[in-house]
Ligand binder design. Structure first.
Ligand code: CP
Length: 310
């Protein structure tokens, strides 16, 4: 029985604003635990958590694995190369196989949008979407919301620019609605070739020029160019893209004095962010990674029936 309104987290919209604040408050407690010398809690002893990562990941997979260990759950890790999907097993059959082993929680990353939903139809376990194709990445959105709230003390009223490869971005797919739910304003900044065919369906203000509006944002959230998902070349070269849409020293200087830079990682160094931007104190990328463990601990705890206090 989940302490959230939903038994699963497939899309950010599965959560109410109250659920999101409950996750963020609970994560704050777990972040404090993560700073202690002894970081382990007995909270999920005896529960089985499966990491089913059928697409590459460093941050999401590792942080879920660490989160499960810190809560004393039994964690099992599958990757594409070690699962029977390489022998042609379907996702439905994989789900039914894991279900027969009485897992409590499955985190899935998959190249196809909607894969987490297939698990919910074939398993009794709680399911968390760890990123499905170009669709959603709700735990990334939660750790990003956590980061903004801890930095500014609030999310309501923030002006957030999300810059770059909007068309292929599951991060945008979860973060933009999450920000809107909590009262922030969202502007998508990209060349037309990296926006969806109908930018009006984004529910965000759209701008083609980063320099035109850079000085007005509290948060400049840079998206990775997803070279593995590009079907055609949407810009002449990466260097050309970076010249118009990358954060470099000149653009750092043009930011609002209190503005921060965020990026979900992995970064194409020298494309979305120059080395100077990566090393700048306004770049909260590693804070985001650190927060990711606490947010994922909070989600596991709440989905598996925890109370609001960690
Ligand atoms: N941000 C993110 O999802 O990174 P990984 O692909 O390394 O998990």
């Amino acid at each position: 029985m989940s302490a959230l309104s939903s038994e699963h987290l497939l899309n950010i919209e599965d959560l109410t604003p109250e659920d999101i604040y409950l996750v963020l408050d609970t994560a704050r407690s777990f972040k404090e635990v993560n700073e202690r010398p002894i970081k382990k809690l007995p909270t999920l002893r005896g529960r089985t958590v499966v990491n089913l990562f059928l697409e590459p990941s460093t941050r999401t997979r590792t942080s879920f694995e660490i989160a499960a260990k810190r809560l004393s759950a039994d964690g099992i890790n599958f990757s594409a190369s070690t699962s029977a999907t390489t022998k042609g097993e379907s996702l439905v059959d994989t789900a039914q196989t894991l279900d027969a082993m009485n897992c409590d929680l499955v985190i899935i990353r998959h190249r196809y949008a909607g894969s987490p939903y297939i698990l919910t139809q074939n398993m009794r376990a709680h399911i968390i979407n760890g990123g499905d194709g170009k669709h959603q990445h709700p735990t990334q959105a939660l750790l990003d919301l956590f980061t903004m709230r801890e930095h500014f003390g609030h999310i309501e009223g923030l002006q957030v620019a999300i810059v770059g490869d909007i068309a292929h971005s599951r991060v945008f797919g979860s973060l933009a609605p999450g920000l809107r739910m909590l009262g922030a304003s969202v502007t998508a900044i990209a060349p037309p070739t990296l926006l969806p065919a109908r930018p009006d369906v984004l529910g965000a203000d759209v701008c083609y020029s980063l320099d035109e509006r850079l000085g007005q944002f509290d948060v400049v959230y840079m998206l990775r160019i997803q070279q593995e998902r590009l079907e055609e070349s949407p810009f002449p070269t990466l260097r050309e893209y970076s010249r118009f849409y990358g954060i470099n020293s000149a653009r750092l200087a043009a930011l609002k004095p209190e503005a921060i830079i965020m990026h979900p990682g992995p970064v194409n160094r020298g494309v979305e962010l120059s080395s100077a931007a990566i090393d700048n104190a306004r770049n909260l990328l590693l804070y985001q990674v650190n927060a990711g463990v606490a947010v994922r601990m909070a989600l596991m705890y709440l989905l598996l029936g925890g109370e609001s206090e960690a």
